[in-house]
Design a protein around this ligand. Structure first.
Ligand code: NAP
Ligand code: HSE
Length: 428
């Protein structure tokens, strides 16, 4: 019987230092739950001289082999981030029959198939609770607690940086001001591209969709639009209509095909997602037995993310004690097609600037009518120095037909500006 779980940490930055801290701070309690104490035997870093934000610092190394080839290390925790060398290190750990716990959504969303195959071939576990929603339990609830359901839809706010920016924009701050503040607060990276472009959310919803629908979805399968082109005016007009604007990640199964996307969307103010503000995340799962359940909390951060990693480590310890492999293996049993791009039906919100002349609104309405897109509301908001600002809300329309109407509008001499369309989820 093993007397301890020996851990090799790949990375001792935000998450890695949180894991070392939590294992030390909650060691007694974790040992009771795991059935054995946990010890961080070594941590891989780039810079040995960098000060470490952890009480009891584990021995540091810059040599990955000293962890990957150490026969005493039972489990490798990958919290380096990025694609390489993280992918090669995880594969090496699995081939050395070490269990792996990772927080790396990029790797799972790009290389999930290869990673799960390597774990299976080598008879070891691969856990990744921290890769989506930071400290929010969502991977294991989807795989275990909700497994009796047919999942119909998974949707939510899975990126804290963009939710923080949108919350600031609700108070009238420009996108640029809100982003600069998110960077000052340490939420957004120096290069915030993956967050604001929706790529980080696309990776997370690809992971959730793969589990929920039992079919592999990669980050390239996710249609995405980010928040870079939004204006505080979009949020203010959405508010007047009874909505908040959120960057929503959505995955649903429609007639046996998958629709997986990330886009800014209007959410009714009475919907629980509308009150998720700042850096918090929330994920709603709709199952055919349970109805809708929402998971809400800290989607990132040192200790919340370490909480998810430690939960996975406790599972690994259990599996080792019982001599079994975890139930966290690949559940992509099927191949499912993707819903044809352009045919997904969405309600749209669109802000336009038009010449303030007789007959222009009729021309705009005719352009939508021509594409069989039905308008639910057309509201003239204000006169700008050039013309009139108009907000349109459509009934559900196929993406391709909506795009056809927008293309027709672009050709009108009376159209002065067309802003980024937003999706509308649910009734206000
Ligand atoms: P981080 O603060 O940048 O830490 C990365 C750590 O890895 C550092 O200790 C760094 O060493 C080490 N490292 C990076 N590349 C290395 C290399 N080639 N060789 C040796 N060491 C290397 O990153 P993080 O925020 O902890 O994120 C880690 C992972 O967790 C990422 O996949 C991220 O997406 C995921 N995640 C993060 C959060 C969060 O709140 N931060 C939440 C959920 C998931 P040095 O310290 O010497 O530079
Ligand atoms: N960059 C991510 C976010 C944190 O802002 O939510 C880690 O997933």
């Amino acid at each position: 019987m093993k007397d301890r779980l020996a851990i090799g940490l790949l990375g001792l930055g935000t998450v890695g230092s949180g894991v070392a801290e939590l294992i030390s701070r909650n060691g007694k309690h974790i040992a009771e739950r795991a059935g054995m104490p946990m010890v961080v035997k070594k941590a891989l870093v780039r810079d040995l001289a960098r000060p470490r934000n952890v009480g009891e610092c584990p021995p540091l190394t810059t040599d990955p082999e000293s962890i990957l080839a150490d026969p005493e290390i039972d489990v490798v925790v990958e919290v380096l981030g990025g694609e390489e060398p993280a992918l090669s290190y995880i594969l090496a750990a699995l081939r050395a029959q070490k269990h792996v716990v990772t927080a790396n959504k990029e790797l799972l969303a790009k290389h999930g198939k290869e990673l799960f195959a390597a774990a299976k071939e080598n008879g070891v576990d691969l856990y990744f609770e921290a890769s989506v929603g930071g400290g929010i339990p969502i991977i294991r609830p989807l795989k275990d607690c909700l497994a009796g359901n047919t999942i119909e839809k998974v949707y939510g706010i899975v990126n804290g940086t963009t939710n923080y920016i949108l919350t600031r924009m609700e108070n009238g701050h420009s996108y640029e001001e809100a982003l600069a503040e998110a960077q000052r607060q340490g939420y957004a990276e120096a290069d915030p591209y993956a967050d604001v472009s929706g790529l980080d959310a696309a990776r997370k919803i690809a992971i959730l969709a793969s589990i929920a629908f039992g079919a592999r979805v990669t980050e390239d399968d996710v249609a995405r639009t980010g928040i870079e082109r939004l204006s505080p005016l979009d949020l203010a007009y959405a508010h007047e209509l009874g909505y908040k604007v959120k960057l929503l990640a959505v995955a649903q199964e429609l007639d046996g095909a998958l629709d997986v996307r990330v886009q800014p969307a209007l959410v009714p103010e009475h919907h629980p997602l509308a009150s998720v503000s700042g850096v918090l995340n929330a994920i709603v799962v709709r199952g055919n037995a349970v109805g809708e359940v929402m998971f809400h909390g800290h989607g990132a951060g040192r200790l919340p993310t370490a909480s998810a990693v430690c939960g996975d480590l406790i599972e690994v310890a259990h599996n080792i004690r019982q001599g079994v492999r975890g139930r966290n293996g690949c559940t992509c049993f099927h191949h499912k097609p993707f819903y044809p791009a352009g045919q997904v039906k969405i309600r749209y919100f669109l802000r336009l600037e038009l010449a303030d002349e007789p007959g222009v609104l009729a021309k705009v309405a005719a352009a939508f009518g021509q594409e069989k897109v039905s308008l639910a509301a057309v509201i003239q908001k204000r006169l700008t120095e050039h013309g009139a600002e108009v907000v349109l809300v459509t009934h559900p329309a196929a993406t391709r037909q909506f795009a056809g109407a927008v293309a027709a509008l672009k050709a009108f001499p009376e159209t002065l500006a067309i802003h980024q369309p937003l999706a509308v989820e649910g009734e206000a």
